[in-house]
Design a protein around this ligand. Structure first.
Ligand code: FAD
Ligand code: MG
Length: 593
């Protein structure tokens, strides 16, 4: 039996914070004599999923997360920690039910953290009501049961050691729902103090709802411009924490009581990873690569970073024209605040004019907080059209064949196909490339719901983020945030501006690699004899254009009319102004300003 003087055990969840730097979950565990379990839980039904359903994700994203976990495991060991403990729910769920049925007595005893940016509570106080009340998915349930079982076994091994559970609060409603469930499932009687940190965004999201810049409290800034004014009125984001220089070891009497292995699993060992995509990430996962990339793109290129202007970057350059830091920020290999302060330093180093939001690099990071705020305030209905009062209700078509051809890069429009094939192979595509294919799928050509496109992105993007994805799909489909549906991307003209030779198409659509420059964006115009000679006969070697969009110009014009009609109906319903509380009864009572 352990003595009552047992020192504290800190269980730090690594989930959104796969890094040492600016990681409060780790630095808060560094007290003398304490021990540390850096924990990661892999849900078996659908590993790493963060959705409202337990859907599979691509190899590129799963591979990226495993690389990130492996990288962090190494870094942890170098600092004296025992390394990452990775639990697979399939190994733990029986143990979990056993633990749940044998544990008795009172509920967990979370206590308040004295740091302003951290809240400790058995329920997530900032959870929108919709997310809080939603039923957990199977992944949520298994995650909760596994964590409960693991904490119980720690407590059995060291009965008098106080247990602290640290996690970075994820703002996306599906994860808020998961955490509600996790915290509600902690075994009664288990003494655990829970610490949650709002470090995923530049500022805690609630700070944007404090009634700054002329808005009433709890009013969601309705435009990016008004959001930026609020940002400017707040104190600067907290300075990032340095990486710890040493870390506590595993608890002496509680060496990971995993029933099976607790090492970082291999990609091949995971079930339910979508088989068609990627496999090797073009951008390797992990904090080491994140910091190298930040150094190369920002620290060592201060003028590039300080004068960055998003519209001037190219969707189809062969090497990316933006930072490609999004996968690292999404999975927490790079702290958003570290990124932000490094950009500010670059601006100071640069002699000359600097760019400003919305197009600057700081502007991009502000878009990220703004998108997160929307998702957080609207709650689970944010990812849907119906039940989301902020979203235009558009009578989209259902067309499984056209959707499948779009998804696989087989539409017959070379620029669209090249982008969708890059997405499939690498998991990352440029922002304006995302614009092109999202517009094409929805209001531009195929008239298919943005929700369908968002699902494909959510599966395949290495940087998939619930709120950013929904916000941007709504924008591109002119369903919310942006309404100029008469401005449409042409799959023939748009790519030519930055890649007249079509090198990007030649790379990703090799069937067309020999097509002359003049026809590379529209191979159907290449004379038949030439198509034959070059072995790129449209309809044989490369698909003919989809029956739903046989010619972009008339199709997109007809779709604009349909959009005008949908807007009329929407406005007629008086649904233009969202009701207080947002779609689905968000707790914040948010209103559009
Ligand atoms: P940079 O231009 O180098 O920007 C720096 C950082 O700012 C990015 O790493 C990212 O964290 C943030 N950022 C940049 N652009 C945006 C933006 N428009 N909105 C919010 N934050 C931004 N981004 C995701 O991270 N996950 C998604 O699931 C996602 N889905 C999208 C879906 C569609 C339809 C569209 C049009 C855009 C989507 N984006 C998404 C936003 C954007 O395309 C990517 O963040 C960006 O292309 C990432 O590349 P980068 O890191 O080189 O960006
Ligand atoms: Mg300067």
């Amino acid at each position: 039996m352990s003595s009552s003087a047992e020192s504290a055990i800190h269980v730090s969840l690594l989930h959104n914070a796969l890094r040492l730097h600016d990681n409060k979950c780790l630095s808060s565990a560094c007290s003398p004599g304490a021990s540390l379990v850096p924990l990661y839980i892999v849900t078996s039904p659908a590993p790493f999923t963060q959705t409202t359903v337990d859907s599979p994700i691509s190899k590129s994203r799963a591979g990226f997360i495993l690389e990130a976990l492996g990288d962090l495991d190494k870094s942890l060991r170098k600092l004296g920690s025992g390394g990452a403990v990775v639990l697979q729910t399939r190994d733990w769920c029986d143990a979990a039910s056993a633990a749940a049925s044998t544990t008795t007595s009172t509920s967990a005893s979370p206590s308040a953290d004295d740091d302003d940016s951290s809240v400790a509570s058995s329920v997530d106080s900032s959870a929108p009501a919709a997310a809080a009340s939603a039923a957990p998915t199977r992944c949520d349930a298994e995650y909760a049961a596994t964590l409960a079982a693991y904490l119980s076994s720690l407590s059995v091994a060291s009965p008098s050691a106080p247990i602290h559970l640290h996690y970075e609060r994820a703002p996306a409603p599906p994860l808020i729902r998961r955490w509600r469930h996790v915290l509600a499932s902690l075994p009664p009687g288990l003494q655990v103090t829970v610490h949650a940190y709002d470090t995923h965004t530049l500022n805690p999201l609630d700070d944007y709802l404090k009634g700054k810049a002329g808005l009433l409290p709890n009013v969601l800034p309705a435009s990016y411009g008004s959001f930026c004014k609020v940002f400017d009125k707040l104190p600067p984001p907290a300075e990032p924490l340095p990486a710890p220089t040493s870390l506590p070891p595993f608890p002496p009497s509680a060496v990971p009581p995993a029933p099976k292995s607790s090492a970082v699993p291999s990609l091949a060992s995971l079930a339910n990873i979508s088989p068609t995509c990627g496999g090797t990430s073009a951008f390797p996962g992990g904090e080491t690569h994140a910091l190298e990339r930040l150094n190369k793109k920002v620290t060592l290129s201060p003028s590039w970073a300080a004068t960055f202007s998003k519209p001037a970057t190219a969707p189809n350059s062969l090497s990316p024209s933006t930072t490609v830091l999004s996968p690292y920020v999404t999975h927490g290999c790079l702290s958003a605040r570290t990124f932000y302060y490094e950009v500010l330093k670059a601006q100071q180093k640069h002699k000359g004019a600097i760019t400003a939001p919305p197009t600057s690099l700081v502007g991009q990071l502000l878009w990220r907080d703004y998108n997160n705020l929307w998702g957080h305030v609207v709650g689970l209905p944010f990812a849907e059209m119906e039940g989301n009062s902020y979203c235009r209700q558009v009578p989209w078509d259902t067309d499984a064949d056209a959707l499948a051809l779009w998804k696989e890069g087989m539409t017959g429009y070379p620029f669209v196909d090249a982008i969708m094939r890059q997405l499939k192979a690498e998991g990352w595509i440029h922002h304006l490339a995302r614009h092109m294919v999202a517009c094409f799928l929805t209001r531009g050509d195929l008239w298919i719901s943005w929700e369908e496109g968002a699902k494909v992105f959510e599966e395949r993007l290495v940087d998939a983020d619930w709120s950013l994805n929904a916000f941007n799909w709504q924008w591109l489909s002119c369903s919310a945030h942006f309404y100029q549906y008469f401005r449409c991307y042409s799959p023939v003209a748009f790519g030519k501006k930055t890649d007249p030779n079509g090198d990007y198409i030649r790379k990703w659509v090799p069937e067309l690699k020999d097509v002359p420059k003049k026809f590379i964006y529209e191979p159907w115009n290449l004379p038949a004899a030439e198509q034959k000679r070059l072995k790129c006969v449209v309809g044989v070697n490369y698909p003919a254009r989809l029956t739903k969009a046989p010619d972009h110009t008339p199709v997109s014009k007809a779709n604009m009319e349909k959009m005008a009609a949908a807007y009329k109906v929407h406005n007629g319903l008086g649904a233009k102004k969202p009701a207080a509380g947002g779609g689905g009864g968000a707790k914040k009572k948010a209103k559009a300003s």
